[in-house]
Design a protein. Structure first.
Length: 215
């Protein structure tokens, strides 16, 4: 049988940077391509290019990095069909699998054991219209929501959404700054005073090493 193939931008070991597992060693596989163009996207280098790779090679290379935690990211990983067997094989190998997704692809095919970290696109992303509201109904308690905020308007919009839908009840919700336009300290004060169960996310890898690929 022919093995599925993936388009892969990079596979590397780093520190998980922006979820409740931030700080743990983690192997990353970044799949190539995304149909969105968020204003503040920090992985535009994954829009094009990449290497064509058979699924077993991709799995072997991720497992060779030797971490318990594995993150499938992009680009938008769910835009490649082979991502589903990829996640299943990583789960079968005993890994805790995180999936970073932009929230514009339906989540109904993702194995329930995968921890989904789902973006909610605020207006400042320029991609608010792409969000699939149905995805909010497909989340499990272990999944997480991430809002990247460009400014105070984004913060107010996101906080209103958390309140209206009670998104922080029993689920991790992270507000992270778009580094180019919103000072982390300013967002920290808004989060501190917002009265909801919301975490400040700081993209630990950027604090440690700056905004560079493969880190
Ligand atoms: S969905 Fe993610 S990868 Fe795609 S443009 Fe937005 S931030 Fe970048």
């Amino acid at each position: 049988m022919t093995e599925p193939r993936l388009r892969v931008t990079e596979i590397f070991r780093s520190i998980q940077g922006e979820s409740t597992r931030a700080g743990f060693p983690c192997a990353f596989i970044r799949l190539t391509g995304c149909s969105l163009r968020c204003v503040w996207c920090d992985s535009a280098y994954a829009f094009h290019g990449g290497s064509d790779m058979a699924l077993p090679e991709a799995v072997d290379r991720v497992l060779a990095l030797g971490t318990d935690l594995v993150e499938v990211t992009g680009g938008e990983p769910l835009e490649q069909d082979a991502v589903y067997p990829l996640m299943e094989r990583l789960l079968a190998a005993g890994k805790t699998v995180l999936l970073e997704t932009g929230g514009h692809v339906l989540l109904d095919r993702v194995d329930p054991r995968v921890v989904k970290i789902v973006d909610v696109k605020a207006p400042g992303s320029g991609m608010q219209q792409a969000a699939l509201v149905e995805n909010l109904g497909l989340l499990q308690p272990h999944d997480e929501l991430k809002f990247v905020l460009a400014d105070r308007r984004d913060f107010d919009w996101s906080l209103a959404m958390v309140r209206e839908r009670n998104l922080d009840a029993g689920r991790a919700v992270t507000f992270s700054p778009a580094w180019e336009t919103l000072a982390p300290g300013e967002l920290a004060e808004w989060v501190r005073d917002c009265g909801r169960r919301i975490r400040l996310g700081l993209q630990l890898h950027k604090v440690l090493w700056g905004d560079v690929p493969g880190r």
